[in-house]
Design a protein around this ligand. Structure first.
Ligand code: C5P
Length: 242
């Protein structure tokens, strides 16, 4: 059974906002709840590294969801910069290959000498927005999306990464292929009775926890709720009841 604090730590609130004003408003509403904060492309490109640094100064744990995908040398440099910023977790695309993922770890490690803390580096496997048709006919990868996810997860593990972003429906197969300690960070979480929006392969927080999900990325069920604090409290309660 999870404590209140452990339940909060499993939740990564997605700050999908165009700027700091909206983000700060939500942070104020969630004040004192020790959840993880996920900063993605929209907010990072708008608010920049200084906003992330400010989050760290205020004690938040930060997952920087920037999905790096470039040549190994460039990813090494990017990883070095975000590690110096103090993020607790960041991600790269497994499609960049083992060498690129290893370069991310090297870049992160190179920042440790300057006193930075080692971040958890995870991989994006196959984006959940990719249908089998797109995978096979546009991207040119044969087989099912699940097969692609497992292959990418195994590549990430081979490179030494700590885990992957995965749909809650893929958690069991990823853990079976890569071991129970290989972490899964799952978006597509919808408490029962909330709007699925554009997410299709969804689970409730309790179901995702039962599958073995390590972290749950939750955006709109909290950020678009009439009372975000009540929304996260109720998700935490659901996890505590487990
Ligand atoms: O609002 P919602 O709960 O759907 O937000 C989910 C978050 O997780 C968003 O920030 C989205 O970018 C991210 N995400 C996702 N599916 C993926 C990877 C990331 O929904 N496969």
């Amino acid at each position: 059974m999870l404590t209140r604090e452990q339940a909060a730590e499993r939740i990564m609130v997605a700050l999908d906002y165009p700027g700091t004003e909206q983000a700060e408003k939500l942070l104020k509403q969630l004040d004192g709840i020790p959840c993880y904060i996920k900063v993605g492309l929209q907010l990072f490109y708008a608010a920049g590294p200084s906003f992330v640094a400010r989050l760290k100064e205020r004690g938040y744990r930060v997952f920087l969801d920037v999905k790096m995908h470039d040549i190994p040398n460039t990813v090494r440099g990017g990883a070095n910069s975000v590690t110096k910023l103090g993020v607790d977790m960041f991600n790269v695309h497994a499609a960049g290959g083992v060498r690129m993922m290893e370069a991310a770890l090297e870049g992160a490690d190179a920042a440790l000498a300057g006193g930075a803390k080692r971040p958890t580096v995870i991989a994006v496997t196959q984006l959940t927005s990719t249908s089998r048709e797109v995978l096979n006919e546009e991207i040119g990868i044969a087989g099912s999306t699940e097969e692609a996810v497992i292959r990418y997860a195994q590549l990430a593990k081979r490179a030494g990464l700590a885990g992957v972003v995965a749909s809650p429906l893929e958690v069991r197969t990823v853990k079976a292929a890569c071991g129970p300690a290989f972490q899964t960070v799952t978006p597509g979480i919808r408490p029962s009775g909330t709007d699925p929006g554009d997410q299709s392969r969804i689970m409730t927080p309790r179901e995702a926890l039962a599958q073995g999900a390590d972290y749950m990325v939750i955006g709109r069920p909290i950020t678009a709720a009439a009372d975000p604090r009540a929304a996260i409290e109720s998700i935490m309660e659901e996890l505590i009841q487990g």
